[in-house]
Design a protein around this ligand. Structure first.
Ligand code: PAF
Length: 284
């Protein structure tokens, strides 16, 4: 595995691929089983695999956890090597955003709702860094976890709107046995908070079952049910719970054949997100 710290060197290396396909997994490091599942998928579908490890300052607000975000570099490198990664790209912030940096990518509308409403500028930072990483690595496929539901939609839209020649592959959420979605931020949860946070996934599954069993299709009731369950988590503060259209992310009032239930919850100082897509044969 080649460890590459410079943007110029990565770009040069990516241009000399001799026709080999490349799967790319963008990450902010602190790799867990969710990331490893993306790497495994990339490994099976491509000749070469690149992983980026970059805690992107542009996607953190001034009062967010940029400084304390975990950076276990040596452990990440070890995991990637064991997973058969070919290129481990870990650029410095000053190389990605040199003095005078002035260009940003913004996917309008999709970026200002849900997580974007409480994290202004977050998705502009995400879209910008992913556009840069895709330009640097020029992959055939890029792998993202569907846990970050809005992020996957924004990146897919950016790629489509800007005619970027890459396929975005959305991969399933990996969960703890309790159901809690894996996240690099879970390590900030105490054991008690972690056990309590499993209620988020239980609430999503319960509400999906209500819809599939035709007991409930009204979004207002589904949101109330989610909120009732989630507020039982000690120290939980709900940022949002919404039932949305799977393409536009616009709120819907009655669930038809397909919808997504999405939520963000702060447990102590840790912000957790999760979602479930509900597909049923029910028509409006
Ligand atoms: O999901 C993440 O880890 C980040 O938002 C991403 C896509 C690597 C961009 O920094």
């Amino acid at each position: 595995m080649k460890i590459i710290r410079s943007v110029a060197q990565m770009q040069k290396m990516m241009m000399r691929r001799a026709g080999k396909s490349l799967g790319f997994v963008p990450t902010m490091g602190a790799l867990h089983a969710g990331h490893l599942s993306l790497i495994r998928r990339a490994r099976t579908e491509n000749d070469l695999v690149a992983v980026s490890i970059f805690v992107n300052p542009a996607q953190f607000g001034p009062r967010e956890d940029y400084q304390r975000y975990p950076r276990p570099f040596a452990q990440d490198a070890r995991l990637c090597r064991a997973a058969g990664v070919d290129y481990f790209f870990a650029p410095a912030a000053a190389d990605m955003y040199p003095d005078g940096y002035a260009t940003y990518t913004e996917v309008t509308h999709l970026s200002n709702v849900l997580c974007g409403a409480s994290r202004p500028g977050h998705f502009r930072g995400v879209a910008t860094v992913v556009a840069k990483l895709l330009n640097i690595t020029a992959p055939d496929r890029a792998y993202l976890g569907i846990k970050d539901y809005q992020q996957v939609h924004i990146i897919s839209r950016m790629v489509r709107d800007l005619n970027m020649p890459v396929k975005i592959v959305a991969c399933p959420t990996v969960r703890e046995p309790s159901g809690l979605a894996l996240s690099s931020r879970n390590q900030f949860l105490s054991a008690e908070q972690k056990a309590g946070s499993a209620v988020i996934a239980r609430a999503l599954h319960h509400c999906r079952d209500l819809i599939l069993s035709k007991k409930q299709r009204k979004s207002r009731e589904i949101i109330q049910c989610m909120k009732r369950m989630i507020t039982s988590i000690p120290g939980a503060k709900i940022d949002y719970v919404a039932v949305v259209d799977c393409q536009t992310l616009d709120p819907i009032t009655v669930v038809g054949s397909v919808a997504a239930i999405v939520c963000a919850v702060r447990v102590g100082t840790t912000r957790l997100i999760d979602n479930i897509v509900v597909r049923s044969a029910v028509s409006r």
